[in-house]
Write a protein that binds this ligand. Structure first.
Ligand code: HEM
Ligand SMILES: *[C@@H]1O[C@H](CO)[C@@H](O)[C@H](O)[C@H]1NC(C)=O
Length: 550
């Protein structure tokens, strides 16, 4: 009797639960404020437009539907896309309403721990405040020597590589730049020597345990590395699975290593500061953070654990972005020999291998070139936000719905997913003109007034580093590092594309689909479809080029 009652109660509850979900889904369909917004049709009931959301596809949709439209995600839910400067200003400056969604934050936390990227609200504000001084202009000025030293080390690694009879050296510039930027963030961030640029076998033994852990974690995607493991995705999407599907064991082990080494590094930084040794004055971000923690009032201080948790995030956010941008910079130079020559003429007019940051910033063509790289090849394609409550997003450019009604704002419901097209804003023809997609450093001689509405970090009217309280804390770091690299490498080498398109093989360098626009090589098969090109031993992101010492 009681058992039957229990079963009845249980099934009633289950029915109620399922019904509730169904009702929610149906009402979401019927009352979704985005229902009548223009946008592409959904090719699949289950997956919507998912599966091929490339940067170029969004650009095409933008051209067709305007800066604000909706597209379909799984189960026909609507995602909002907006490249409208007024809307983006609202979104990035209201971080309490527009957070990274629970799913993204969970995945980020699994992968990188509780770093700045994954935190929101008070936790984020507190940590961000204490870390910010370490990224100010004078700190970055002090790091310039390191940026240049490591650029020179990379130049020398390439110089020592075997050349063909005409003097050209084949290199994967992406791989080299990734090693360089990893070494830099290790030292500049945490006084930690990754030795990623060291190649030879006996030196390999000197590789640090953290480097090994880190390389496995982020760089070795095709091999045994964790990368974006299916388990992370599943656990992020379905909270119920978190209790059942265990995380990747290797990922746990590597995270543990990073925490252990992180604690050690923090202890070293603290000891150095307490001993107050002026000769060995440390400039790394970790030391600055320990210092700003000391000078903060009690309630604003951060725990050791919270600080150690930042290491993986800074290693990840701080190296692949800058190396990707600089790879594209060299690619742009190889494609435009006149720009390459003009830039080299300016750089070789300087009589030193190690100029100050102010001297670098005083080079006008280098400035224009780097701005144009960050505009056309800004390495972050997009980010996402989810509305934590119902809201109204104002628009600069109104949209006309499918019934012909004009709207100068979008009303969204709690839970609305918003795609923030970081890269597309920089190439929006409505802002930059008809030639927006072209790489032309001279456009910076006169900037269109519409560009000043972009809610960026204040660097060259670009959205490359986002804007608002979650903007890129490392943007000055990234610009200075990119300048140091371009300065050293373009003075040292002539750059050309390595792929010979003349031998009947149709190969192309493209950008990968995903949040980071990495260079990859694809090859067209006879049948017509593009397949990953395997060469230079790497199988994923790569940028094969030829360099010749000057
Ligand atoms: C060209 C190079 C870079 C680009 C284009 C870039 C871009 C971005 C973007 C778009 C965001 C916002 C992500 C979001 O909220 O969804 C971001 C955040 C962040 N970036 Fe960068 N970044 C670059 C280099 C760096 C470097 C060198 C560092 C560290 C030294 C760094 C550290 C961070 C951190 C910690 C965050 C999280 C900030 C927060 O949420 O408060 N980035 N970056
Ligand atoms: C910050 O200060 C608190 C209180 O003095 C201390 O317990 C903590 O270890 C410090 N954190 C760091 C990262 O130095």
């Amino acid at each position: 009797m009681s058992l039957r009652l229990l079963a009845t109660v249980a099934s009633t509850l289950l029915c109620a639960q399922v019904t509730k979900l169904l009702v929610q889904w149906v009402s979401k369909q019927l009352y979704s404020p985005l229902r009548e917004m223009p946008g592409p049709p959904s090719p699949s009931l289950l997956f919507g437009n998912f599966g091929k959301l490339s940067f170029r596809l969004f650009q095409r949709w933008q051209a067709q539907y305007g800066p604000t439209f909706r597209y379909h995600a799984i189960f026909r839910s609507h995602h909002l896309f907006t490249a409208d400067a007024v809307a983006l200003h609202h979104i990035v400056n209201n971080p309490d309403v527009y957070e990274k969604g629970e799913m993204v934050r969970y995945a980020l936390t699994q992968l990188l721990g509780r770093g700045l990227l994954a935190l929101e609200g008070d936790e984020h504000t507190k940590l961000r405040k204490i870390m910010s001084p370490a990224f100010g202009p004078s700190q970055i000025r002090g790091l310039t020597e390191l940026f240049l030293d490591k650029s020179i080390e990379l130049r020398d690694v390439w110089t020592r590589s075997p050349a063909d009879p005409t003097g050209w050296i084949p290199v994967d510039v992406f791989e080299g730049l990734k090693r360089m930027t990893l070494d830099v963030i290790g030292l500049a961030g945490f006084a930690y020597e990754f030795h990623a640029l060291k190649e030879s076998t006996d030196e390999q033994e000197k590789r640090s345990p953290l480097e090994v852990a880190f390389r496995e974690f982020f760089m070795d995607r095709q091999g045994e590395g964790v990368g974006i493991d299916l388990r992370i995705v599943l656990r992020a999407m379905f909270p119920l699975l978190r209790a059942i599907v265990p995380p990747h064991p290797k990922m746990l082990a590597e995270r543990k290593t990073m925490d252990k080494v992180g604690l050690q590094l923090l202890q070293e930084a603290k000891t150095a500061i307490v001993s107050g040794d002026k000769d060995s004055e440390r400039r790394d971000l970790l030391s600055l953070l320990v210092q700003s923690n000391i000078s903060e009032q009690e309630s604003h201080r951060v725990s050791d654990q919270d600080v150690v948790a930042q290491l993986p995030t800074f290693f990840a956010a701080g190296h692949e972005t800058t190396s990707t941008a600089t790879s594209w910079a060299l690619y742009a130079l190889a494609r435009a020999p006149d720009i390459q020559e003009k830039l080299r003429a300016e750089l070789t007019s300087m009589g030193t291998d190690s100029p100050s940051l102010d001297a670098l910033n005083g080079l006008p063509y280098l400035e224009k070139f780097v701005r144009e790289v960050m505009r056309v090849y800004g390495p972050v394609a997009f980010t996402n936000r989810v509305a934590t409550r119902d809201d109204i997003i104002p628009l600069g450019t109104p949209y006309t719905d499918t019934r012909g009604v004009k709207h100068d704002s979008v009303s969204v419901k709690k839970g609305q997913f918003v795609r923030v097209p970081v890269g597309a804003v920089n190439q929006d023809p409505r802002i930059w003109g008809e030639d927006a997609a072209e790489f032309n450093p001279d456009r910076w001689d006169s900037i269109p007034s519409a560009a000043s509405e972009i809610p960026g970090v204040g660097y060259a009217h670009l959205f490359t580093f986002l804007g608002g309280p979650h903007n890129c804390i490392g943007w000055r770091f990234a610009i200075a590092e990119t300048k140091a690299l371009v300065y050293t490498l373009v003075r040292g080498f002539e750059f050309a594309l390595a792929l010979d398109e003349g031998d009947g093989e149709e190969v192309q360098i493209r950008e990968s689909v995903g949040a980071i626009r990495r260079p990859e090589v694809v090859k067209r098969k006879v049948s017509g479809s593009w397949k990953p090109w395997k060469g230079y031993e790497a199988t994923e992101a790569q940028l094969p080029m030829r360099v010749r010492r000057i």
